[in-house]
Ligand binder design. Structure first.
Ligand SMILES: [Zn+2]
Length: 243
């Protein structure tokens, strides 16, 4: 109890000492109050703990990633790939029954980098790969392949899904807030466009078991929260003019 007094003597500051005594008096008053009202204090403490738990829960279960977007069409920078056998075969899809989310697995690369890589495969012939959309580190969206055409991203589901590759700043695979917002809006918009729900949104992992998109495979809660955000965005679909 005398520690603040000793502290003030050591520093030679009388002001600190007075403040310390005031604090002590306030503390003693609070202590006396709680001792006299144990039941009320216990109730108050319980209330505080519950409130804290709710706040923490809101943040942990996607609350940290609770975004307020609707399903309106986001800004899309259309830069279609050249038709070529390695990234844009020019084959019409069978009808879209799902949206597949991917991560680029190339930390720090931009949407433009990834789009250009896909387009360059016609020359390098290194592999077959592409996606309908790439969402960048600043939330920018580049479209590489029309939604009615096959892209080479999701293996057995290439013919009946729209694929979205998502950029990420580091090895964790976690998306930036800007990227995340754009991804939710783009996914929700595509769901509305193809008459799908958040239940039709899947990970590359759900097709082949590949660790893609890494952050959503390794953090199942974040994946569920993402789908909840998509559901919420769909529910906020802008109504037609005049209904
Ligand atoms: Zn993937």
């Amino acid at each position: 109890m005398g520690s603040s007094g000793r502290y003030s003597r050591r520093t030679g500051s009388g002001r600190n000492g007075r403040r310390g005594r005031k604090t002590n008096i306030a503390w003693e008053k609070a202590r006396a109050f709680f001792l006299e009202n144990r039941l009320a204090a216990a109730g108050l403490l319980l209330l505080l703990i519950l409130t804290a738990a709710l706040v923490i829960r809101a943040f942990v279960t996607g609350g940290g990633h609770r975004v307020n977007v609707d399903a309106s069409q986001p800004d899309i920078d259309v830069q279609l790939l050249d038709i070529n056998p390695y990234s844009r075969p020019g084959i019409e899809s069978n009808g879209i029954t799902g949206i597949v989310i991917h991560y680029t697995a190339n930390p720090g690369s931009t949407a433009q980098d990834n789009r250009d890589y896909f387009n360059g495969l016609q020359y390098s012939q290194a592999t077959s790969a592409s996606s309908n959309f790439v969402v960048g580190l600043d939330g920018e969206i580049i479209q590489c392949v029309p939604t009615w055409e096959v892209a080479y991203a999701s293996n057995a589901r290439n013919y009946d899904t729209v694929s979205i590759e998502v950029c990420h700043p580091d090895e964790s695979g976690e998306f930036t807030e800007e990227t995340y917002r754009s991804l939710v809006q783009l996914t929700a918009w595509l769901c509305v466009k193809f008459n799908l729900t958040e239940a039709d949104v899947i990970r590359h992992y759900d097709v082949t078991g590949k660790n893609c998109p890494k952050y959503f495979v390794e953090n199942e809660d974040e994946w569920e929260a993402f789908k909840e955000n998509v559901e919420y965005a769909i529910s906020r679909t802008p109504q037609e003019e005049g209904e």
